[in-house]
Design a protein around this ligand. Structure first.
Ligand code: GDG
Length: 732
């Protein structure tokens, strides 16, 4: 039975060792909950680090730990202290985390850390590959494992791989500063589906893929060699029922109150106007904690009537304390809380209650249910689950959520009061508004928020992701259904060799040579000349190169060769070293169209016009891909009316738009060529949209091969120009 392998940096387990005794407890985080049905109940395995380094485990303890881990359907990746320092605290948390959260000033580009990152991703790959079987599905999580999808795909191309990023994907302008940007993107592109929390992260990622990798992106699909990769947003939900039910239980008058709850009640019972404003976060600079404290001070100064009435309860959970920025943040937070409490406190009131610790789940519920307002104001946050958990615990549908626009959660929580956390006026106004919001308004907003969170909970999130993964692999099967396999290739070679009269018709750019940024750089190399010569010397073989290139270029390159050439999409043909026109064409239209194209060149850096005898081509290979995409639509619109009147057609090639007479195309040229002799074998290869005309014009018995895995009329598909050459070598 096929299985699902979940991979994350940490296993969903807490392991502690005391007096050589092992204690393993499951962790209760959002991810563990979301994956429960896949992992615990289904046929799943979880791969990750146990949280204990190799050095901490002696030879006696190690097998015992592994045994416990495997009993929980998990596999451990063992990491050394150096791995943890350089890969986790180093590269993951001092490079990727700050960079992806737009903290460039905190971002360190350290080669040693990058090497560790690659090394540890390989360690993860090794364990996954030991566990995997054909037909399995792998779901990789988060920024610590960005290279893992490719490491798996390279060895196991038939395994389905999903990847989900839990933090933001930054805009191209930020991502481009990253020294190993291409390697990282390639790592991610080993996946079949790549998921983000929001559409913004998705489009940032696609923009980097287009600009850095120069790949073809259609809507949210990337064509990458023989695969189509789907990129989509899946806003992560929470275990809604767990929080809601815990809150219902907590509010039951018969349930026992915790010590913390009794302390909270003391304040609340002082009067109706006593309120709590709650914030909960890991102590992380992305969460905007010092900013929030200062904004609260600003609020108290602006609205002194709330002194002695309102308290900010702030839970900051210790995190990554081995990283200097986190140590500095801790000092700054301590000082700020101390200063403000010192300045404002009275005998009966302290404005900020600050907890620097992790609390048990029950206390978390105490805090959520006792707070009239939740103040969640990160300066940057992938999603933020705390905001959602607060909503889930409001069993009376009261309470107000103030949420930073910079949290991914803001995209789906419009009924919260959304603020820009850098604007203190906005901040103070939001707090005042929340404290004075009529109950009916609180409830109407809360109801809408709850309805959505209840429906799109964490299980649904995981389910949706898997659905997309499934659909994508099915779609891939359709797109590459004509992929040439070894058996078919052998048969083609055999048929070719047995034939008596052969026509070999080959497109040039993208077929015989790979694409270059500048078309002038795509000259034929010595190996290609030698290969083509062999065809030419082969008996009973008519070789013809067919191209959209102009006659002059082909004459320059192949002037001393005797094979046939067709240029300008079929305007000119050279036979026996003599050029003759296949079509008689008008060129007067060019003087009118050229100035229009020139205005596009002026406004689109990196583009240029190629003037051929019978056509004009606007090349945009080195232009910004997103700008070029807009411009191609504009050009098409501008030219539509002009081309109709002049019997012209606008061809969309590979990063080029060409305007030429409608009377000429590679298909007509192919038909003319086929009439010249009685061929019993026809081989046609091409990569471009314009080559489809040849495939259409080919006789039924012809072998037609499309280079690249996109929809085609050809019988077979082949990966790239390297594979074309390999096949051609087998024929001579
Ligand atoms: C990353 C992304 C994204 C907090 N304190 C205690 C405690 N918690 C629990 C909360 C919540 C979780 O920790 C925190 O999740 P967040 O989403 O708020 O933040 P990150 O840790 O930064 O998570 C984030 C998330 O991944 C998921 O994709 O939303 O943007 O940065 O569940 O309840 N739990 C207990 N005691 C505490 O003291 N028991």
């Amino acid at each position: 039975m096929n299985k699902t392998i979940i991979v994350s940096n940490r296993l969903p387990l807490q392991i502690s060792i005391s007096d050589n005794e092992l204690n393993v407890t499951p962790s209760v985080g959002g991810l563990a909950t979301g994956m429960k049905s896949v992992h615990a109940e289904g046929n799943g395995v979880w791969v990750g680090w146990s949280g204990i380094t190799d050095e901490e485990l002696d030879d006696e303890l190690k097998p015992k730990v592994n045994e416990k881990i495997e009993a929980s359907k998990c596999r451990a990746v063992s990491l050394t202290e150096d791995d943890v320092n350089d890969f986790y605290l180093g590269f993951s948390n001092r490079t990727l985390w700050p960079l992806f959260h737009y903290f460039l000033e905190y971002t360190e580009f350290e080669n040693l850390h990058w090497e560790a990152y690659k090394r540890v991703n390989e360690k993860f790959a090794k364990v996954v590959l030991e566990t995997i079987e054909d037909g399995d599905t792998v779901w990789v999580h988060d920024y610590q494992l960005l290279l893992l999808p490719q490491l798996i795909k390279d060895v196991k191309p038939d395994v389905t791989i999903g990847f989900f990023l839990h933090i933001p994907f930054p805009s191209y302008e930020i991502f481009r500063t990253f020294p190993w940007r291409e390697e990282l993107l390639k790592g991610m592109l080993g996946s079949d589906v790549i998921g983000f929390h929001t559409y913004d992260y998705e489009r940032h990622f696609l923009s980097s893929v287009k600009r850095i990798m120069r790949l073809e992106v259609k809507f949210n699909e990337i064509t990458y060699y023989d695969r189509v990769i789907k990129v989509d947003s899946f806003p992560m939900g929470i275990d809604y029922n767990k929080f809601h039910e815990a809150a219902l239980k907590h509010n039951d008058p018969n349930s026992k109150k915790s010590e913390l709850q009794r302390r909270l009640d003391t304040h609340l019972n002082e009067g109706d106007d006593k309120k709590f404003i709650l914030s909960i976060d890991r102590l992380d600079y992305t969460k905007g904690i010092p900013n929030r404290i200062r904004a609260f001070e600003y609020f108290l100064n602006k609205h002194p009537e709330y002194k002695e009435k309102v308290r900010l309860v702030m839970l900051a959970v210790p995190s990554r304390s081995g990283v200097p920025q986190y140590q500095r943040l801790k000092r700054e937070t301590d000082e700020l809380v101390g200063r403000i409490n010192g300045e404002f406190s009275t005998v009966s009131w302290t404005p900020i209650w600050y907890f620097y610790r992790s609390l048990p789940f029950e206390n978390l519920i105490d805090l959520y249910t006792s707070s009239d307002v939740a103040l969640i104001t990160p300066v940057r946050d992938g999603m933020n689950l705390v905001a959602k958990e607060y909503v889930a615990t409001r069993t009376n549908e009261d309470g107000v959520l103030i949420l930073s626009e910079m949290a991914g959660a803001a995209k789906e929580m419009n009924e919260a009061i959304l603020i820009n956390p850098n604007n203190f006026e906005d901040f103070a106004h939001a707090i005042k508004r929340a404290l004075t919001m009529p109950l009916e308004e609180q409830q109407s907003r809360m109801k809408i928020l709850q309805k959505r969170l209840k429906r799109y909970d964490v299980e649904k999130w995981a389910e949706e992701f898997f659905k997309t993964l499934d659909a994508t692999t099915q779609m891939q099967e359709v797109v590459v259904s004509k992929k040439l396999n070894e058996e078919e290739e052998n048969l083609i070679v055999e048929n070719y060799k047995n034939a008596e009269k052969r026509l070999v018709l080959l497109d040039y750019d993208g077929t015989l040579v790979g694409f270059k940024d500048n078309p002038q750089d795509a000259k034929p190399d010595e190996e290609l000349f030698a290969l083509l010569d062999k065809f030419e010397n082969q008996e009973n073989t008519h070789l013809c190169l067919i191209s959209g290139r102009d006659k002059a270029t082909f004459e320059k390159w192949y002037g001393d060769k005797s094979y046939s050439l067709i240029t300008d999409h079929g305007v000119w043909r050279r036979e026996n070293n003599k050029w003759s026109p296949l079509e008689v064409l008008k060129t007067d239209w060019m003087a009118n169209i050229k100035p229009i194209l020139e205005t596009f060149v002026d406004r689109t850096p990196g583009t240029f016009i190629e003037e051929k005898e019978y056509s004009l081509a606007w090349h945009y290979r080195t232009a910004d891909p997103e700008l070029a995409q807009i411009r191609t639509i504009e050009i098409n619109t501008v030219l539509t009316s002009m081309v109709a009147n002049n019997e012209l057609s606008v061809l969309q090639g590979n990063k080029v738009i060409e305007i030429k007479s409608s009377n000429v195309n590679k298909g007509r040229a192919t038909t003319q060529l086929l009439m010249k002799d009685d061929y019993d074998h026809v081989l046609i290869m091409g990569d471009d949209w314009t080559d489809e005309y040849m495939f259409e014009a080919a006789p039924e018995f012809a072998t037609t091969i499309k280079v690249g895995y996109v929809k085609t009329k050809a019988k077979y598909q082949i990966k790239d120009s390297d594979s074309v050459r390999k096949l051609l070598h087998k024929l001579v």
